[in-house]
Write a protein that binds this ligand. Sequence first.
Ligand SMILES: [Ca+2]
Ligand SMILES: [Ca+2]
Ligand SMILES: [Ca+2]
Ligand SMILES: [Ca+2]
Length: 581
Amino acid sequence: MAGLAVSADPRYFPAGSAAQSPGDNAGQDISLATPPGVPDGEAVWRDCTAVTFNPCGLPVLPFLKLACADMDGDGRTDLIAGGKDGRLTLFRSIDGIAWQADPDYFAGVGEGAFAAPTLGDLDGDGAAELIVGTGGFSSRSGQVLVYTNTGTRTAPRWERWPDPVIDVGDDAAPAAVDYNLDGHCDLIVGNSTGHLTMLANDGRGRLAPEALPLALRRSFGMYATPGAIRLDRVVLLAVGSSVGKIAYFQLKRGAHGLAVQPFAITHPRRDFYAPLFVSLRQPDRLDLLLADGDGGVQYFEQKAPGVWAWTRNLQLFQNRLLPGPVCTPTRSRAGGRPRLVVGNMDGEVRAYEARTEAGNPSWHEWASYFLGVKVSGFARAVLTEWEGKEVVLVGQGNGDVAAWRNTGTAKTARWVAWPAFTAGVRVKGHSAPCLFDLDGDGREELIVGAADGRLVVYRSQSPRGGPPWGVASDCLGEIRVGGYAAPSFVRLADAVWLFVGQHDGRIRLFAAPAGGAAAGGFKETVMPDHVRVKGFASPWAEAGADGDVDLYVGDYDGNLRHFQRRLPSPEMRRPPDAHVE
Ligand SMILES: [Ca+2]
Ligand SMILES: [Ca+2]
Ligand SMILES: [Ca+2]
Ligand SMILES: [Ca+2]
C-alpha cells in the first residue's frame, strides 16, 4: 500500500446524494459485524476518497451548474453546486483548492432535477435571493424558482416564492445580472433548445420578459447555459451549450437600447460548457470557471483588468481524477508496477500510477497508455501478466470479454488484440471480469459478473493456467445480486472475501473460510450503509497489512471512491507505511 497510507479525515460528500443521507459518510466509523477472517476487534470502514482520488472535494458531476457567492458571510467565496436530483450543495474552502461540502445548507431547496443555481437580489431588499432553474425529466423542467432566506446567513431557512418567475420550456439555466444597467438585478435564462429569455426587473422583484437584442435572437445549441456579470458600464455574457464552445458578448447601453458586441476566447472544445464569472483567487480580478459535460472544471484567470483575455490555471480543480462516467477501477501489479486501471461507460480504459513525488491525489494518469484498447459501451478492464507479457482483459456491454497483449515495452506499450485468450468467455451482457485463484491450486480462475446479477466462473483447462477456459458450473452458483454484478475477491489470513457491486450503488460482501471458497461456502455478511456509491458500483478489493482491506469503487457519475477497512484504534497499530526498526 505504499503511497496510499491514509490518515486524513475524509471530507467527501456527493452533492445531494439520495443514496446516502447527508452527513452519513462524513468519516463516521461504523461497526461491522465481524465476518470470518477477522481475528479480533471491531472493524470500521473509513472513506479515504479525499486523499486518494479527490483532494479537491468537489464530486465529479456531469453537466454540473455552479454558482458562487459568500453565502455564510465568512468573507470567503463559496461554491453552490446544482445536483442531478434537483438539490443544491454548498462547498466551502479556505484556500480555494480543497472544498468541503455542507449538504444541509440548502435543506428544503430542491424540486425537479438538474438544478441550475444563480444568486441575485431580485426584490431590492439588499439580500440576494437563491434563483434555481430546473431541468431533466421533471414536471418543473424549464421553471425558474426563487428562494428567500428567512433565517440567518449561517443558519438559513429557505422559503420558495409561491410561483415560478418564468417557464422557458425545458432545462432552465438562469444567470442573475443587471443586464440593462439600471441598478436592478435582471435574469437571462437559457433553455433546452438553446434559446435565451431576458427578464427585466422593475425594481420590486417583478420580472417581465423583454424582446431580445438581435445578436442574441438565435439558438446557441442544445442546453444554453448563460453566465453573466455586470461591471461598471458593461455586462459580460457567456453562453455555453452542448456544442461545446462558448459565445461571448459585451452588453452596453446604446442610443437604441442595448448594444451587443461579440468577442472571442479560445479554450478546448468540450461536449458541453457551463460558464461562470468568478473571483476565487483575487477579489478584484474577473476570472472564468467552465464546467463541462464530463464533470470537469477548468479555471481561467484574467490577464489584466478590463481586458477580455484569460489564461488557464492548470492547478485549480485539477486535483481529482476524472476517469469518465460509470467508472470501474481495478488494480494491477503486472510487471511489478502498481497501477490502477479504470474503464468507463464510453468503452475507454485508462491507466494511473501511484505518485512517487509529493502531491495529490495519490494517483496520476498515464495518458494514452492503453491507446488502441477500446470496446463499445461499458468497459471493465483487468491488467495481468501472462508469460512475461502484459495482458488486459476487458469486459463490455455485449457480455464478451476482449483481450489485448502488450507487444511493446513497459514504457511504450503496443496493444494487439488477442481474441484467443478469452475465446468462449461470454456472459449475459455487461461482463465484469476478475482473476482470482478460488481453489488455491496456484492457477487463477476467471470470474465474470453479468447483467443478471450472477457470476460465471471459468477454470483454466491448461496445466499452465490461462486459456482455454471452461465453465465451472459448481462455483458461486449461490451468489446473486442486483443487476450488473461487478465482482472482486480478496484473500485474508483464513478467509476469502467476495465483494460484488450492483446497479443501485450498493456493494454486497460474501465471506468463505479459506479453502472453502471453491466449494460454494460463501455467506453474505453485513456491509455498513455508508460504503456505497451513487449508482453502478464497481468495487475492487485489496488486502493490506494487519487485515486491512482497501476497496476502490467507481460510480455512475464518474467518481472514484476509496474505502478502507481498519481496526478502530489506529494508535494501537503500526500505520501501513511506518518504518519498522
Ligand atoms: Ca463563505
Ligand atoms: Ca432580496
Ligand atoms: Ca436591471
Ligand atoms: Ca485455481
